[in-house]
Design a protein around this ligand. Sequence first.
Ligand SMILES: Nc1nc2c(ncn2[C@@H]2O[C@H](COP(=O)(O)OP(=O)(O)O)[C@@H](O)[C@H]2O)c(=O)[nH]1
Ligand SMILES: [Mg+2]
Length: 587
Amino acid sequence: MHVVATAGHVDHGKSTLVRLLTGMEPDRWAEEHRRGLTIDLGFAWTRLPSGAELAIVDVPGHERFVPNMLAGVGHVPAALLVVAADEGWMPQSDEHLAALHAFGVRHGILAVSRSDLAPPERAMAEARERLARTSLAGARAVAVSGATGEGLDALRAELDALAAALPAPDTGAPVRLWVDRSFAIKGAGTVVTGTLPAGTIEVGDELRISRTGRTVRVRSLQTLGRDVPAASAVARVAVNLRGVDRHDLVRGDTLVGGAAWKPTATVDVRLRAAPERLPRHAMLHVGSAAVPVVVRPLGELTARLRPAEALPLTAGDRGLLRDPGRHLIVAGVTVLDPAPAPVRGRGAARARGAELERLSVEERSRGELRRRRFMAEAEFGPRGLAPVGRPVAGGWRADPGTWRDLPRTLAAEVAEWEEARPLERGMPAEAARQRLGVPTNEVLGAVAAAAGLRLAGGRVASRSGETLPARVSAVLAELESRWRAEPFVAPGAEELRDRGLGPREVAAAARAGRVLRVGDGVVLPPDADVRALEVLCGLPGQTFTLSEARRALGTTRRVAVPLLELLDRQGRTERVSADARRVVRDG
Ligand SMILES: Nc1nc2c(ncn2[C@@H]2O[C@H](COP(=O)(O)OP(=O)(O)O)[C@@H](O)[C@H]2O)c(=O)[nH]1
Ligand SMILES: [Mg+2]
């Protein structure tokens, strides 16, 4: 799933576009309808032409509701900036763009709306010129009309291209969910929603409310209105919690997992632009939170912030400082040190500023790698970082602390999988890769080797391989050569029997990782499930009926029926409608 936030001046057509794109109503409040005005964040979603799911956070454009807007765009990776053709660039166009720039949002689309009311060229040129000086320089632009629907298909195509260009999230990172809404549901307790930028939440997980330190358990989980057993970043999630009052958790609170997140009330930051004047008191907007901070300048581009309330921050977090009195975004900030030592006296503050400004490239690189766990070698240079950490495989580097724990985790996951599914020898590599949050199969192979496991045929298995009788092995060798050309054609039950492969021999071959048993007497190559999924992913919209799947795979009903059922059980495909269409599930 991908998430974008709208941005732009009030009445420029943000909510109208969201309504048209998704068929959903982003303005949830009666007052919003009465006044025809977005006051708070709205949430809607749709499936793009490519089949990718897109969630949209719709923000208010009115200047009175800027704090709500900031809570919406603060940690969303992409923006849909809307400017009306007939009105052109306006004050909140400026303010919203300044916020996106300060947060460092680099992915976005410019929509010139209301283009039925005026030719869009002038507003587009003006907006492009403003964007050129910001993190959104060069964003693609589309003219649209909410009245005639013109340009909507082009906008959908641009959203698809945007989604495809977004960086892959780190789904193995520790969870930190910034809450943007909390409400009570009769009989179910409290539900909180937010955008999960990294990590994975599962039903049953224990999380902590950072502000109070209280531990809570995930009772159920939804993404885009569906119940799911787990949700991986990037995702809009609704988390149902047991035994929590909805006032225990409000916008700006965080739900965190793991010991990594420690609330801090002193942080040293780098200012991402030199402000005209650094106010002594400001609001720090980070994630969905807005917290008053006392600002103490250190060096020219560094400062120490003391939030009125401790926040779970880490090096590399991005936020912005706003002067609410002057309605002014002061500067974007990047956290350099979330737990600095005290400084006493002016001399000490200046020395600390100099120290922060010197913070060696290597230290920053280590901090970034620690946060992201894995980075491709090619990613360091362009960010002004030096390749640090442990080279693992295929041009990837791992944070040493992360790497140390992975073999043990993988061994435990594989053992559990094999125990639960004795016939499906080994854990599918893709499932293992996601569980561990490692970036590629090559890296997974390196973890498997360190754990004394084997990665072969698209599966990770323990080594306790089985030796097969020579005559069974000979028949399998012949099947393997047939499967090279037709991987989804299973030998008939009769043929198997005639050639001496009874149920016992087939079971042994499955345990040895030579075949995958998809049903009674139906055997395929050991990686047939993974390869079938690749084929199905290539179908338009990733949706298909049984007979479409059967044709795409070049096989028979006898194979296709149990193979799809196996993929359903693995959670990789899912029936989506009464006419038995299936869809490949994301992630
Ligand atoms: N003619 C015309 N009116 C539009 C268009 N888009 C929005 N509107 C109208 O402009 C007003 C404000 O739209 P809305 O989507 O609420 O703007 P927002 O404040 O940016 O969310 C509403 O009355 C809409 O019906 C458009 O493309 N053409
Ligand atoms: Mg609106």
